[in-house]
Design a protein around this ligand. Structure first.
Ligand code: SIN
Length: 489
């Protein structure tokens, strides 16, 4: 098991743009630096796509669209399945790359490789299963034929927090449905996505399939590069994972062409601990729900709403667990918690903690950055947080657990739903009746009951309210890349 980049991987890693099956330089040879957030060292210089490069990539996706759509669903599935096998076979290398550019501990990165690869396996299986319908019209005069077609060339904009899983969660269903893609990975972590794209490129080439099915445009100027695509009639679909603020801007731009849009946006997940909860299980679940990827996940628990009778012991035990964690570079053996993605992320987390303290919260542990290089922040538990603190109202995206006490079930549900976001929610209770009430009334697209993690390639991931539109994963994920066509026959 290797926890650092192997020389062979480093030597062969693609760092250019992938357009029409070829890796090449950006216009003018422009590049940008990708850094290791644990050391701040430059890892690689990566091609920096211009708007013109992005248009070339869309041209390649457009040119390959008819041929890819004509490839038998079974073979499209086989391409994805082969890519799944290739990635799992190289899981150590891919994990080391994720740790290097994203910072998460190697064991977490390896878990992400398997989670991410699973989207390719799941959609390899879904490629041959998407439904259609033939029936006699109720009046009996004709038949109705309802079938699905790929929506067409798709722009997939992925975030930096899960560099493989967020890419495969879009590429898998898009390719399975028969769509060609232009992927715009996050500037902080483009390399893992580029490695996945190379695996797919090689598989397509080996089979003599169209070259422009998967195109990749890393760029340090995302708005410049992608805006022209959103007004280009060759583009038919936008799928974005990122903040609600950027999602709103992209939706506005996409409205000009009435583009099909899937949006996986911000979260403000409540983690509710009811009076009858199993406290050991709740603390264990809180560790995962809060600290996966150092809290940098849209589904991370953002607010811990704990019944009055349990609030003190819950906060104290969580603080003890946080204190025992080893913070450090993700490639170092025994490290539990990696850095945040960059210095700006640390500043934001620290400002949220400062705001909560100014409003009367107490720091039970953490609340500071350690000395030394890298964008680290100590895992933090805050007690006595008021519901108006920024840390309770906005997505913190860091290792901070604010604990807010409530007195009865109605108040817990009202507090949990008091947000314009609705991605994930978690609740701990030993009562089936309470569990069912929470499952019915929590305003979130994904609800974990006595579980601190909901993500699964086979389940529909997505939110309600301002957390997004559409679903990724599961049977629902492929629908985002299909049009429904009705033929009266
Ligand atoms: C996200 O943070 O957007 C995704 C997390 C996950 O898939 O579990």
């Amino acid at each position: 098991m290797s926890t650092s980049l192997s020389p062979a991987l480093a030597a062969h890693l693609p760092t250019g743009l992938l357009v029409g099956g070829h890796w090449g330089a950006a216009t003018g040879g422009r590049t940008f630096e990708v850094c290791d957030p644990a050391t701040e060292e430059v890892l690689f210089d990566v091609a920096d796509a211009s708007p013109e490069d992005a248009r070339r990539a869309l041209g390649a996706a457009h040119d390959a669209a008819a041929a890819w759509r004509a490839v038998a669903p079974r073979e499209r599935g086989e391409v994805l399945r082969a890519a799944y096998e290739r990635i799992v076979a190289r899981a150590d290398d891919v994990a080391a790359l994720i740790t290097a550019e994203c910072g998460k501990p190697y064991s977490e990165a390896r878990a992400e490789v398997l989670y991410g690869a699973d989207f390719l396996r799941w959609y390899a299986e879904e490629a041959v299963r998407f439904p259609g319908l033939v029936r006699t019209a109720p009046a009996g005069a004709n038949r109705q034929l309802v079938h699905r077609r790929p929506v067409g060339p798709s722009l997939l904009i992925t975030p930096w927090n899960f560099p493989i899983a967020m890419a495969t969660r879009k590429i898998g269903p898009a390719l399975a449905a028969g769509c060609t893609v232009v992927v715009k990975p996050a500037a902080q972590t483009p390399l893992t996505t580029m490695l996945v794209a190379e695996v797919l490129r090689a598989e397509l080439e080996d089979r003599g399939l169209p070259a422009g099915v998967v195109n990749v445009v890393p760029t340090s100027r995302p708005a410049d590069a992608t805006s022209p695509l959103l007004t280009d009639p060759r583009l038919r679909k936008l799928s974005f994972t990122g903040s609600t603020a950027v999602g709103r801007t992209l939706l506005a731009q996409a409205s000009g062409q009435v583009l099909s849009a899937s949006m996986e946006l911000g979260g403000n997940a409540p983690f509710v601990v009811m009076a009858d909860a199993d406290l050991d299980a709740a603390v264990e679940g809180a560790m995962v729900a809060k600290l996966r990827n150092t809290g940098q996940s849209c589904v991370a628990a953002n607010r811990f709403l704990v019944h009055d009778s349990l609030a003190r012991p819950f906060a104290r035990r969580l603080a003890e667990r946080f204190e025992a964690l080893r913070l450090g570079p993700g490639a170092e053996p025994g490290v539990d918690l990696g850095p945040l993605i960059d210095a700006a992320a640390v500043d934001k987390v620290d400002a949220f903690v400062g705001d909560a303290v100014a409003r009367g919260a107490q720091v039970l542990t953490g609340g500071e950055r350690p000395d030394g290089p890298g964008s680290f922040y100590r895992p933090t538990v805050l007690a006595g947080v008021g519901p108006d603190a920024r840390v309770a109202r906005e997505e913190v995206f860091g290792p901070v657990a604010p604990v807010i006490a409530f007195t009865d079930d109605d108040e817990a549900i009202a507090l949990a739903n008091d947000t314009e976001l609705g991605l994930a929610a978690y609740a701990y209770t030993t009562s089936l009746a309470r569990a069912m009430r929470l499952a019915d009334e929590l305003e979130a697209g994904m609800i974990g009951i006595n579980r601190g993690m909901v993500s699964d390639a086979s389940a529909p991931f997505g939110g309600m309210k301002q957390s997004g539109l559409g679903r990724e994963g599961g049977e629902a994920g492929i629908e985002e890349y299909l049009e429904t066509v009705y033929v009266a026959l």
